[in-house]
Design a protein around this ligand. Structure first.
Ligand code: ZN
Length: 240
């Protein structure tokens, strides 16, 4: 099976379309979404409908959670907050209920998916260091766990200790454990503006990071037309 594992789409329709087209060209057989379908960019409704239509396993991200609740938003910066307010006006009640009901983590075949961490998935902690990955590994029962949230494609590997590196391709050794960040479709933060996702080939036991250019100018124009902060449009180009 060839799994296309993607997330942190953040309402970027142009980036999502580029990724789905690449998955077809790459003969992906199954899709899995690691959350944050909405937030930041201009097309939450469209992105959510496209991802739902895939019928794939999905876990909830923190932006999906905030967009689906009626409560005051906490722990979000001004940019993220304006986008969540906009997102709430764009989604239907039924779409918000769909997001609210998503699980925080789940098994898919022989691997696990989560948006943030396995130790406290409801606290939305960021895994940037080996120490942070170590806490998550204590709860990881499968060889592979895919996650997102930081928008930086990166892998943590546990054997006798925890190592980390930036990857393009990983050959899986079943005696180790891997906590793999699949990067972000719609708002990369690793200095590369192109949409990111991974292909996990369970037959070949390998993981490949894919990067796709998309119509950046169109996505940026939509952000401006929607009255969202200009910095959100700039950020797509700077990828930080
Ligand atoms: Zn995100």
């Amino acid at each position: 099976m060839r799994f296309g594992i993607f997330g942190d789409i953040h309402s970027n329709l142009e980036a999502l379309e580029a990724v789905l087209e690449d998955m077809q060209a790459q003969a992906v057989t199954h899709t899995v979404c690691i959350g944050d379908i909405v937030g930041y960019n201009a097309n939450p409704r469209e992105c959510l409908e496209i991802v739902r239509a895939l019928g794939c396993p999905i876990v909830k991200g923190n932006h999906d959670e905030e967009a689906s609740e009626a409560r005051e938003v906490e722990h979000f910066n001004d940019m993220a907050l304006s986008a969540i307010r906009y997102t709430r006006t764009q989604l239907t009640k039924e779409q918000r209920e769909f997001l609210r009901a998503l699980p925080l983590q789940r098994p898919v075949n022989a691997f696990t998916v989560v948006h943030s961490t396995l130790d406290q998935p409801n606290r939305w902690g960021y895994v940037f260091s080996c120490l942070e990955a170590e806490s998550s590994f204590q709860y990881q029962k499968t060889t592979l766990c895919f996650f997102g949230h930081t928008h930086v494609p990166h892998v943590f590997i546990r054997d006798s200790k925890v190592h980390e590196f930036f990857y393009k391709k990983i050959d899986i050794q079943p005696e180790k454990k891997y906590f793999i960040n699949v990067g972000s479709v719609g708002q990369p933060r690793d200095g590369d503006w192109r949409a990111a996702y991974v292909i996990y080939d369970s037959g070949a036991n390998s993981i490949e990071l894919r990067r796709l250019p998309y119509d950046l100018a169109k996505a940026q124009a939509k952000i401006m037309n929607a009255g969202l902060p200009a910095r959100l449009a700039e950020r797509l180009a700077n990828a930080v």
